[in-house]
Design a protein around this ligand. Structure first.
Ligand SMILES: [Mn+2]
Length: 223
C-alpha cells in the first residue's frame, strides 16, 4: 500500500486522469485529495464524478475540503460571496454543470462538499488544504485557516508537531521549488504539492502527486 496525495485539481480532469495513470494508481493505494477540486479549469463536475466512480469501484480515496469548495457553498447563502466566487473560477464550474445559476446544481454535489472534512491524519502525515495556524495553542481548532492560510512556515511549532509531516496545497509553487522542498521533507516537515495546474505562468501548469510511502514525486503537465 502506498500513501499518495494530490492537491488543487481545479477542474483539470484530463490532467488528473493522466497523473493517476502515470503513478499507476491502484485499489491497494490510499489517495488523499487535498482540496480545490473545482473552479478555473474546464471540468469541475467531471473531476467530482470521476472521484466518485473510482470510489465506487473500490479505490481508497479521502477527499479534504479546499477554500474553493467553501466559496461555492458560501455562495448559496451570500450574494457578495457568489460574485467573488464567480470571479475566482466559479463561472467555469457552473459551465461544467451546464447551468447558469448555482441553485441549479444537483444537490448531491453540494451535499458532498458540505460533508468534506477539513483535514485527515494517516500514519505521521497531516493532510490539509492550505495549512495550519500555529498562533493557536491547538492549530487543529482553526478550521478557517485550514482553508485559507498562507505564509505560515515560519510559525510552525515543532514541539506540537512532533515527527509528523504536514502535506498541503493552496499556494502554487514551481515544479523546481516543490522538488527542492521535497528533498528536505524530513527537516522541514511541511510539503506544498500545489504545482499550479490551472495556471499558465512560467514553471506552473503541472499537477503533482506525492508517494509518501516510497518518497517519490510525480508531475503531469496540463494538456
Ligand atoms: Mn486553495
Amino acid at each position: 500500500m502506498r500513501i499518495l496525495a494530490i492537491s488543487d485539481i481545479h477542474g483539470c480532469l484530463n490532467t488528473f486522469k493522466a497523473l493517476l495513470r502515470q503513478i499507476k494508481f491502484s485499489k491497494s493505494d490510499h489517495l488523499f485529495l487535498v482540496g480545490d477540486f473545482i473552479d478555473r479549469g474546464p471540468n469541475s463536475k467531471g473531476v467530482i464524478d470521476y472521484i466518485w466512480e473510482l470510489q465506487t469501484t473500490g479505490h481508497n480515496i479521502t477527499c479534504i475540503k479546499g477554500n474553493h469548495e467553501q466559496m461555492m457553498l458560501d455562495s448559496l447563502v451570500d450574494l457578495q460571496q457568489a460574485r467573488r466566487w464567480l470571479h475566482h473560477g466559479g463561472s467555469q464550474t457552473l459551465d461544467s454543470f451546464g447551468v447558469d445559476h448555482l441553485k441549479e446544481v444537483t444537490k448531491k454535489y453540494i451535499r458532498w462538499m458540505q460533508t468534506l472534512p477539513h483535514f485527515a491524519i494517516e500514519e505521521d502525515y497531516i493532510f490539509v488544504h492550505a495549512g495550519l495556524n500555529f498562533d493557536m495553542p491547538n492549530p487543529m481548532e482553526d478550521k478557517n485557516s485550514m482553508l485559507w492560510i498562507r505564509n505560515w512556515y515560519s510559525d510552525v511549532n515543532f514541539n506540537w508537531l512532533g515527527k509528523r509531516i504536514i502535506v498541503h496545497g493552496h499556494t502554487p509553487f514551481k515544479k523546481t521549488s516543490i522538488e527542492e522542498m521535497f528533498s528536505k521533507i524530513d527537516h522541514l516537515q511541511v510539503l506544498d504539492i500545489d504545482a499550479g495546474c490551472c495556471f499558465d505562468y512560467e514553471g506552473l501548469g503541472h499537477l503533482c502527486a506525492v508517494d509518501l510511502t516510497n518518497r517519490a514525486l510525480y508531475f503531469e503537465k496540463r494538456d
